[in-house]
Design a protein around this ligand. Structure first.
Ligand SMILES: O=C(O)CCC(=O)C(=O)O
Ligand SMILES: [Fe+2]
Length: 292
């Protein structure tokens, strides 16, 4: 069984190397990318919300797993992870074939003791199982270890190389737990993986709760899984800078996706600015395409 490639997050890393590992295997691990003081703060900020989150209602979401969203609102410290330069640099490469990408979802996943494994899946199945061409990535994803991830406590399971297994369809039940390896990593590390690689939450046979922070990104022409416009209240919007809001989807994707009324930029709308003549997305790129 192939192992996952590992990088030392305490050294200076080139996003191109991380992206190359994703192209080769569909997933890789960057160990200790943030200090445990950061993950401790995020855990503390989220604890009251995780406590109030109900457990999942089916096997896929996990009947003893709590999925807590809205992390940009609930954990100010998670915002730095969301825009970590190594992660965004990797997204720039993995999703470099599109005009823009955005945050897809933010979710703390707390897998409680005695949880069975989640079904092995591709995250891109969320798009109604559309069979994206092999090699065409629509998502670049992370799971940050907010606790240590061990095989026993439910470390994410990944099938290295399965991102190139072919387009979807009959593949749906192709991989089982035995085909996967556990993404064991110390707290503060991050697992990066594509939307195409087969993976799933591992079985938690321990007495601890495993907490991961799933921060994912998708191409600007697809819908976001977590609706950021209704998740982030105006008070929080007012605290965030323009770049982070754009990353969260407060922008026009491609040429014209997501504008407001008279072709206004969503960022102008939430900032209370009157737009001039309407802002299109990547107009130059589109006019080039129209010419050729
Ligand atoms: O919790 C995990 O380790 C993975 C969860 C997952 O893959 C999912 O919910 O899509
Ligand atoms: Fe997943």
């Amino acid at each position: 069984m192939a192992r996952l490639r590992r990088f030392d997050g305490t050294t200076d890393l080139d996003p191109a190397d991380v992206a190359a590992a994703l192209a080769a295997d569909g997933a890789c691990i960057v160990e200790r990318l943030v200090d445990t003081s950061v993950t401790t703060t995020i855990r503390d900020e989220l604890a009251p919300f995780i406590d109030l989150t109900p457990t999942g209602s089916d096997d896929f979401t996990g009947r003893n797993t709590r999925r807590t969203g809205g992390l940009v609102v609930r954990s100010p410290t998670s915002r730095a992870a969301l825009r970590h330069p190594l992660v965004l640099g990797t997204c720039d490469v993995v999703l470099g074939h599109v005009t823009s990408y955005q945050v897809h979802l933010t979710q703390a996943i707390a897998i409680g003791p005695d949880s069975p494994a989640q079904q092995i899946h591709r995250d891109q199945w969320a798009f109604d199982f559309f069979p994206f061409p092999d090699g065409y990535e629509v998502q670049c994803n992370t799971i940050w270890a907010l606790t240590d991830f061990t095989e026993a406590n439910g470390a994410t399971r990944v099938v290295p190389g399965s991102h190139r297994a072919g387009a979807d369809g009959e593949l749906r039940t192709r991989y089982e737990l035995e085909d996967s390896v556990p993404a064991e990593m110390p707290e503060g590390s991050v697992l990066l993986y594509t939307g195409s690689v087969f993976h799933g939450g591992g079985p938690n046979t321990s007495t601890e709760t495993r907490i991961g922070m799933n921060l994912t990104y998708n191409v600007g022409f697809l819908r976001q899984e977590e609706n950021q416009y209704l998740t982030i209240p105006q008070e929080t919007i007012d605290e965030l800078d323009d770049d982070l809001l754009r990353l969260l989807g407060f922008r026009v994707g491609a040429y014209a996706l997501g504008y407001v009324d008279d072709l206004r930029d969503p960022l102008d709308v939430v900032r209370g600015r009157q737009a001039g003549r309407g802002t299109m997305g990547d107009a130059e790129w589109v006019s080039d395409r129209l010419r050729t």
